[in-house]
Design a protein around this ligand. Structure first.
Ligand code: FAD
Ligand code: 2HG
Ligand code: ZN
Length: 457
């Protein structure tokens, strides 16, 4: 039962009902530590609104009681942006799970912020469509969270990142007002693109409550191949050749021998190859007709491919994808929370990044283990470093400085969160940072939404 002597808790319970204001530490704990276990903090309470109106009322109650707010979706974020830091109210979107009908003519759907990406995929598929964004955390990651982080995932090479899927959003702003663009208009340029501003804003400017999303026609034929290679340069060459020769390239994912060893050890999934190859590239091709022959034709001509495993049936394809998608859990299973750097560079610089990242890490900590994997087509590598203490960010700085030197981005798809707040200057110049700060101050003058995220406190 809610503590009715606490005026904030009583006000929140009046809005959402007693059962949806959580204060028991054994229940709130799951909302207070992030997926990576690297960040955690105490909340004042966790509140579970069931509608946009309730979210707006909750925000107004927080304003009235001068309490800050942390929006949270599936809590799969990897940069500490969705967990409380200092007694904030966590507003979880777990009950905003309404899914509208798929508009078959336009290929659009309206989804509640708390709808998981897996549920959205099932819903779209049942109507003959697919949603463009897919990621390993699909069973928990939400529509709102992926919009707030501008999530990428494993299909960016075909459909673009989350930004490319969003036609509009409905959101509650830090003053409790509601903006709404859910009409699904393809053309609508009345003034500033406020939904666009919210995409990638990491809960610092508004709580997304619903979104109007673009869908793509479903392509039922697919083939997945795992290609054994000698180097990241060869992976780039293969990507370039596949992109030039084939339609329907829907995934180009890089793994290294070290990462695959961890996956075998901690996730029980083993490479189909008899030999240990320095690099493996997972390639997925989709189409309205079976693309297997097309893929085989192109791959057969590539001299750099040392070995190949091809899967056309659902189990075989899932098995190859598991090798790639199990990296995050396998690395987490090693022991201490890993340092996760999610970076991108211009494609020609990818081999240099892959070569130098482990070197700059070793210069800081010779015993650290650096594991590389990622989305080749997007120039996006996940540099995971196992070993250094959570609080010691010297390896983070070394990798991010290398990325900046190579003309890349210190945050490709996970966001800044609290992890990279001190390093935003490596990714944006002073004029950009000042403009961002002014936008934040204009929409959230009291710094009520997600304090400490993106900007320092
Ligand atoms: P949360 O973790 O709950 O929140 C993330 C951020 O968004 C926080 O700052 C939070 O305050 C804010 N937020 C959440 N909901 C809202 C809302 N409704 N309105 C406003 N702000 C909100 N990411 C990728 O980009 N690509 C990948 O391939 C990928 N793979 C992953 C695989 C695994 C196994 C894991 C654990 C994570 C992976 N991620 C990936 C990271 C993560 O899944 C994404 O960042 C995802 O977008 C987070 O969604 P969420 O609902 O869990 O958000
Ligand atoms: C992925 O691509 C995710 O699998 C997670 O973005 C990356 O664990 C990571 O570092
Ligand atoms: Zn990723």
């Amino acid at each position: 039962m809610t503590d009715r002597d606490d005026p904030l808790l009583a006000a929140l319970a009046d809005i959402v009902g007693d059962r949806h204001v959580l204060t028991d530490p054994s229940v709130t704990a799951a909302y207070e530590t992030d997926w990576s276990r690297r960040w955690s903090g105490r909340s004042r309470c966790v509140v579970r609104p069931a509608s946009t109106d309730q979210v707006a009322e909750v925000v107004r109650a927080c304003i009235a009681h001068d309490v800050n707010v942390v929006p949270q979706g599936g809590n799969t974020g990897l940069v500490g942006g969705g967990v409380p830091r200092n007694g904030e109210v966590v507003v979880t979107t777990g009950r905003l799970t309404e899914l509208g009908p798929v508009g078959a003519v336009a290929g659009q759907v309206t989804a509640g912020a708390g709808v998981t990406i897996a549920a959205l995929h099932d819903h779209a598929a049942a109507a003959g469509f697919t949603y463009g964004v897919d990621l390993g955390s699909r069973d928990s990651a939400t529509v709102g969270g992926t919009i707030a982080t501008e999530a990428g995932g494993v299909r960016v090479v075909r459909y673009g990142s989350t930004r490319a899927q969003v036609l509009g959003v409905e959101a509650v702003l830090p003053d409790g007002s509601v903006i709404s663009r859910l009409e699904g208009l393809v053309k609508d340029n009345v003034g500033y693109d406020l939904p666009g501003l919210l995409i990638g804003s990491e809960g610092t400017l508004g709580i997304v409550t619903r979104a109007r999303l673009k869908l793509h026609p479903r392509e039922d034929h697919r083939v997945v191949a795992l290609l054994a290679l000698d180097s990241v340069s060869d992976a780039l060459e293969v990507f370039s050749e596949l992109r030039a020769s084939l339609d329907g390239l829907a995934g180009v994912e890089l793994m290294t021998a070290d990462g695959l060893d961890l996956v075998a050890e901690h996730a029980g999934a083993t490479s189909p190859f008899a030999d240990r190859h320095p690099v493996c590239l997972l390639v997925e091709l989709v189409g309205r007709a079976d693309p297997t022959e097309d893929l085989a034709g192109v791959v057969g001509d590539l001299a750099v491919v040392r070995d190949a495993a091809v899967a056309t049936d659902p189990n075989g394809r899932a098995g190859l994808w598991r090798l790639r998608e199990a990296h995050t859990e396998a690395i987490a299973a090693v022991g201490p929370p890993p340092h996760k750097l999610d970076v991108s560079v211009p494609l020609p610089a990818l081999p240099t990044l892959a070569e130098r990242a482990p070197q700059v890490v070793a210069e800081v900590d010779a015993s650290a283990r650096t594991v590389l994997f990622g989305h080749v087509g997007d120039g996006n590598l996940h540099v995971n470093v196992i070993g250094p203490d959570s609080g010691d960010d010297r390896v983070d700085v070394a990798v991010l400085e290398l990325v900046a030197e190579l003309g890349g981005s210190i945050s490709a798809e996970h966001g800044i969160g609290v992890q990279k707040v001190a390093h935003v200057g490596l990714g944006r110049g002073e004029a950009d940072r000042t403009a961002m700060r002014r936008i934040k101050d204009a929409l959230d003058p009291d710094g009520r939404f997600n304090p400490g995220v993106l900007f320092g406190i």
